[in-house]
Ligand binder design. Structure first.
Ligand SMILES: NC(=O)c1ccc[n+]([C@@H]2O[C@H](COP(=O)([O-])OP(=O)(O)OC[C@H]3O[C@@H](n4cnc5c(N)ncnc54)[C@H](O)[C@@H]3O)[C@@H](O)[C@H]2O)c1
Ligand SMILES: [Zn+2]
Length: 361
């Protein structure tokens, strides 16, 4: 079991990573002294898989708890659904000190975190991420949100959890596509900050894809350390440091939008976005062809796409103008000087972006 502290003064918390730790959840949460009433937000699939484990652990530690089931889809991350949950929570929370447990992937985590942030102006919540993406990314850092029909994550708050408890054993029931999606974010961390992690991924990919516990623990821990350190320096994305976590996301998000969110998973689109960012970096003379090749090889070997299918250059370029990193008419791209060294570059010419995307069409 590994523990990583996210140092944020009064809002500090631990990320606990291990295999089989779901059976100790009652004891771990008891140690936080948040009272003994828990409201667990999850979906039916996850409750069917792990509800018994979490119930018996919480019961052993004397918790009173309720499962609130949400729809298994991004659609449940809506303001309307948050209201439904808040009203139900208000009934459950009468005469109690409730903490929320977010149990699931990024959808359950973002929604439950948002409810925790706004109910009574903020009540404690714990993240129990059950997808690889949530364990290395969405459960850490305190970004909570729901979607509007006008756009994803448009209503939200920065609100840190009291603990993140990541049981790598829960990933065995996850389908391979979701594993690869999480892997894309791990590759992202390696490219922006950690050359050793990149080599580890190259050398241990088979074990990882077969969910070998020691390999999973290693890469999840390394990824969480990188995210924790970046969040510690720029909790609310005000200092430009957290921006590098968006490596591959400018064109990645554009590919997701241009293909109506139904062709590529987030990680698949990000893999393509990272390759485009590498091509831009090469065109600007920051990296050489062999670095691009190493990254291309790792992405391919992970089973992630390296060619953009089913959408067109003009659609991707149109969609990329909605990127949150634009300042007025000036875009900002996260590029690399080397594997492990990211930097932010402003005003990359449209011609270079188009050429870089074209290389992958
Ligand atoms: N807050 C952040 O910083 C942040 C960062 C990245 C992404 N996100 C958000 O995360 C969401 C995507 O998260 P996701 O990829 O985890 O998707 P998800 O939550 O939809 O989970 C993916 C699927 O896996 C299933 N699942 C989850 N755990 C399982 C398990 N252990 N075994 C079997 N099936 C399991 C879920 O039921 C779901 O069908 C998006 O809404 C995105 O906006 C947030
Ligand atoms: Zn991402």
């Amino acid at each position: 079991m590994k523990t990583i502290k996210v140092n944020l003064g009064k809002r500090s918390y631990n990320i606990i990573i291990g295999t089989g730790i779901i059976n100790s959840i009652g004891r771990i949460i008891s140690g936080l002294s948040l009272g003994k009433d828990a409201y667990i937000i999850t979906n039916k699939r996850i409750k069917d898989l792990y509800g018994k484990d979490i119930s018996s652990s919480l019961s052993r530690s004397g918790f009173n708890f309720k499962f609130k089931l949400i729809q298994d889809s991004e659609k449940s991350k809506s303001l309307e659904n948050a209201c439904v949950i808040i009203k139900d929570l208000a009934l459950f929370a009468r005469k109690k000190n409730v903490c929320i447990i977010a149990m699931g992937g990024g959808v359950a985590g973002d929604l439950a975190g948002f409810v925790a942030a706004v109910f009574k102006r903020g009540i404690p919540y714990i993240q129990i991420p059950t997808t690889l993406l949530a364990q290395v990314d969405s459960a850490i850092g305190g970004k909570t949100a729901v979607d509007l029909k006008e756009g994803k994550n448009l209503v939200g708050a920065f609100y840190q959890p009291r603990a993140v408890i990541s049981d790598t054993g829960l990933l065995t029931s996850l389908n391979k596509r979701h594993i690869r999606s999480g892997l894309a974010e791990i590759i992202k961390y390696a490219i922006i900050k950690d050359k050793n992690l990149f080599s580890y991924l190259e050398n241990n990919l088979k074990g990882l894809l077969n969910l070998k516990p020691s390999s999973l623990e290693h890469v999840i821990t390394a990824s969480c350390k990188i995210k924790a350190s970046i969040v510690e320096q720029d909790e609310r994305e005000e200092r430009g440091i957290r921006t590098i976590l968006n490596f591959g996301h400018t064109i990645g998000h554009a590919i997701e939008t241009a293909s109506n969110y139904d062709l590529y998973s987030h990680g698949e689109a990000i893999a393509l976005g990272m390759l485009t960012a590498c091509a831009v970096s090469k065109k600007l003379g920051l990296i050489n062809a062999s670095t691009v090749k190493r990254i291309d090889n790792l992405i391919k070997a992970s089973g992630l796409p390296t060619k953009i299918r089913g959408t067109a250059l003009n659609k991707i370029i149109y969609a990329h103008y909605f990127d949150k990193k634009f300042i007025g008419k000036k875009n900002r791209f996260i590029l690399i000087d080397d594997i492990g060294k990211a930097k932010v570059k402003e005003a990359v010419s449209l011609e270079i972006i188009k050429e870089a995307v074209k290389e992958r069409l």
